[in-house]
Design a protein around this ligand. Structure first.
Ligand SMILES: Cc1cc2nc3c(=O)[nH]c(=O)nc-3n(C[C@H](O)[C@H](O)[C@H](O)COP(=O)(O)OP(=O)(O)OC[C@H]3O[C@@H](n4cnc5c(N)ncnc54)[C@H](O)[C@@H]3O)c2cc1C
Length: 246
């Protein structure tokens, strides 16, 4: 049964923010999590479809993805960096990719999201609108703040483009959500590595010491020690795949 007690479809960001200020109202993007959630708490749905935010635009060395760009759009737009496009494909089956959005993925901050890891190595910044105005922040900071979207709307995510990338993952099967994955990018002599499956959200780590500070929670898919072992092995493999590229 639907959790929705009311449905709103604002036409502007300002109208959406006014609706989200009402207790019990939540933003509805693709609905893949919100509508599938078995949490019985009733909510008022503030549908973001009327706000646009579906553009993908490239300027200088950055690409901007509107918050309502779907994961399928990321697959199909040739200007999206390859590791981001591949991660969008790995994240969800095609039936859900046509619904799930970039903004929803960032707001959820799933620890196993290979798409978030791909965004992190591309120096993603999120753009938000809130009662206090608009602003931006590095995705890494927003994820570690755990809930930066409270009362705010993510309007876009921008990425730096270019560089060489590599992705390594270990799962129960090749098509399963990875237990741990490592995504690496090298550009201008700078190497960045992002991991999934080792913290409460995907994280950027020191490529030379990737397990430093990590204490992954073990579960039926992998113990703490196994996840730390995978972290070292997969990071080494991803860095080896980058080779001497700069
Ligand atoms: C079968 C299945 C498998 C899944 N597998 C994965 C997976 O492997 N990895 C993964 O990360 N997720 C997974 N999910 C969860 C979900 O599909 C993704 O997190 C998805 O990307 C959410 O996007 P959405 O647009 O559908 O968000 P919605 O379901 O519409 O919203 C999710 C949350 O984000 C908030 N939100 C949405 N857009 C914004 C915005 N612009 N600004 C502020 N807040 C916003 C909503 O209020 C809500 O709290 C899975 C879900 C299902 C049903």
């Amino acid at each position: 049964m639907s959790r929705a007690t009311s449905y709103h479809r604002p036409g502007t960001v300002e109208q959406a923010l006014a609706l989200l200020a009402v207790e019990g109202n939540v933003a509805l993007a693709g609905g893949t999590l919100l509508n599938a959630d078995d949490d019985p708490t009733p909510v008022g749905m503030v549908d973001l479809q009327g706000l646009g935010m579906t553009a993908i635009s490239v300027a200088d060395d950055r690409i901007e993805l509107g918050a309502m760009v779907t994961l399928q759009d990321l697959r199909q737009d040739g200007s999206v960096p390859p590791v981001v496009s591949d991660a969008a494909r790995a994240e969800l089956p095609s039936t859900l990719r046509t619904l799930a959005t970039v903004g929803g993925t960032v707001a959820v901050g799933d620890p196993d999201s290979v798409l978030l890891a791909a965004l992190l190595v591309h120096n993603a910044e999120i753009h938000v609108a809130g009662p206090d105005g608009t602003g931006g922040a590095p995705l890494a900071n927003a994820l570690s703040a755990n809930g930066p979207c409270e009362g705010r709307l993510i309007t876009a995510v921008s990425l730096s483009i270019g560089g060489t990338t590599a992705h390594e993952a270990a799962g129960r099967t090749p098509s399963d959500t990875p237990i741990v994955s490592a995504t690496a990018r090298r550009t201008g002599g700078l190497t960045t590595v992002a991991l999934t499956g080792v913290a409460s959200t995907p994280v950027l780590v020191d490529p030379a010491d990737p397990t430093s500070g990590l204490e992954p929670t073990g579960d039926f898919r992998g113990s703490t020690d196994y996840r730390l072992h995978l972290t070292s092995v997969l990071t080494d493999r991803a860095l080896a795949s980058l080779g001497g590229a700069s």
